[in-house]
Write a protein that binds this ligand. Structure first.
Ligand SMILES: C[S@@+](CC[C@H](N)C(=O)[O-])C[C@H]1O[C@@H](n2cnc3c(N)ncnc32)[C@H](O)[C@@H]1O
Length: 343
């Protein structure tokens, strides 16, 4: 008979306690989200404040806000420096809008009603294999963003911040774009990657392509054209390189192949396609954070998925490309530049 060496009351109690932390984990993200919506970290930037003062500034119920502040104290976001007086603690600092490593836009984009309800539909996604977001809202997340400019602004600011942090000049050098005349950034958002590439390569030109909502507030420059459209229909001509950073992961194989085929159609025979994404290892370990959170996030929100090298190769082949190389962009993460050429 199988006997577990850890069997017994003590290990069961430990397991129960660990599990309860996970079961109630959803409360923590809403505590942080509510505080972020209220701008608590920004309000405390210049020093501690009493809960009555904070309630007046945020238009909230003082008793309920104090309860929220106590929960935030427990999490290490704020500290109660005197009875009823709260200052910023270490975990609260990145929640400020102007922090160098601000996660304010990310928090607002990731924990809002749309994400919250999508994750609430995870079971439906697992049962059907389809995006919970689409099931609940009856549209794609990108159509939803187009209807909600404030959420869209947070989404794009969070993407741009992530790019600016992760794509240092040294990382951009690894993309070796000096060999290109014109780079088209397909689904380039507000242009964080392309502007870095243009700075690093003074002779290069760029075309930033995204939806009208994705490009809100973005202006063309001398060396960068801005074009709006739908990459499921077509992409702009004129590039000798087409970059898709964090694009294919949002789409099913059929839609991803359609986007790639639209690039293939307008690319010169000697053009280069660069897909920048995480490449899953062939054998996924259970400790891989993407298997537990990021990949499921794609399932519930966009219906997309992360892919292995072989899956990228097959997808590229189906759209008329041959995978030619995979380059690691950083030692800190698994994001790679996957290059492909037209067949
Ligand atoms: C995950 S974001 C990546 C943004 C940017 N490439 C980056 O890495 O920061 C996906 C981008 O695809 C754009 N997008 C979504 N659907 C699109 C469509 N049908 N046509 C063009 N762009 C689209 C979004 O607006 C968004 O900017």
């Amino acid at each position: 008979m199988h006997s577990d060496p850890e069997d017994g009351d003590a290990s069961d109690a430990r397991a129960e306690s660990e599990l309860l932390k996970l079961i109630f984990g959803f409360r923590f993200s809403q505590v942080i989200y509510a505080a972020t919506r209220l701008g608590i970290a920004d309000l405390l930037e210049n020093g501690a404040q009493g809960s009555a003062q904070l309630a007046a500034a945020t238009g909230t119920d003082v008793h309920a806000l104090t309860r929220l502040l106590h929960a935030l104290t427990h999490l290490g976001v704020v500290a109660e420096v005197a009875p009823g007086v709260f200052g910023l603690a270490s975990l609260g600092r990145p929640l400020r809008a102007n922090a160098a490593r601000s996660v304010k836009a990310l928090t607002l984009a990731s924990c809002d009603d749309a994400s919250w309800r999508s994750w609430g539909g995870l079971l439906n996604s697992v049962e059907t294999g389809q995006s919970a977001f689409q099931h609940i809202f009856g549209m794609t997340i990108f159509d939803h963003l187009a209807e909600h400019p404030e959420l869209s602004a947070n989404y794009h600011e969070a993407s741009a911040r992530d790019t600016s942090m992760a794509f240092s000049p040294e990382v951009l050098t690894r993309l070796d774009c000096s060999r290109f005349h014109t780079v088209v950034d397909v689904g380039g958002g507000r242009g964080a990657l392309l502007s870095g590439l243009l700075r690093a390569n003074p002779a290069m030109r760029g075309i930033l392509f995204d939806t009208p909502a994705g490009l809100a507030g973005v202006c063309a420059t001398d060396r960068c054209q801005v074009v709006s459209g739908d990459f499921l229909e077509s992409v702009p001509e004129g590039g000798d390189a087409y970059i898709l950073k964090y694009i294919l992961l949002d789409w099913s194989d059929a839609d991803a192949a359609r986007i790639l085929a639209n690039c293939r159609r307008v690319m010169p025979a000697d053009g280069v396609l660069i897909v920048i994404e995480l490449v899953l290892p062939d054998e996924l370990g259970s400790s891989d954070r993407y298997t537990t959170t990021g990949d499921l996030g794609l399932l519930v929100t966009t219906g997309g998925r992360e892919r292995t090298r072989d899956e990228f190769a097959a997808l590229l082949k189906s759209a008329g490309f041959e995978l030619s190389s995979i380059t690691a962009l950083s030692e800190d993460n698994d994001v790679k530049a996957i290059e492909a050429v037209p067949t």
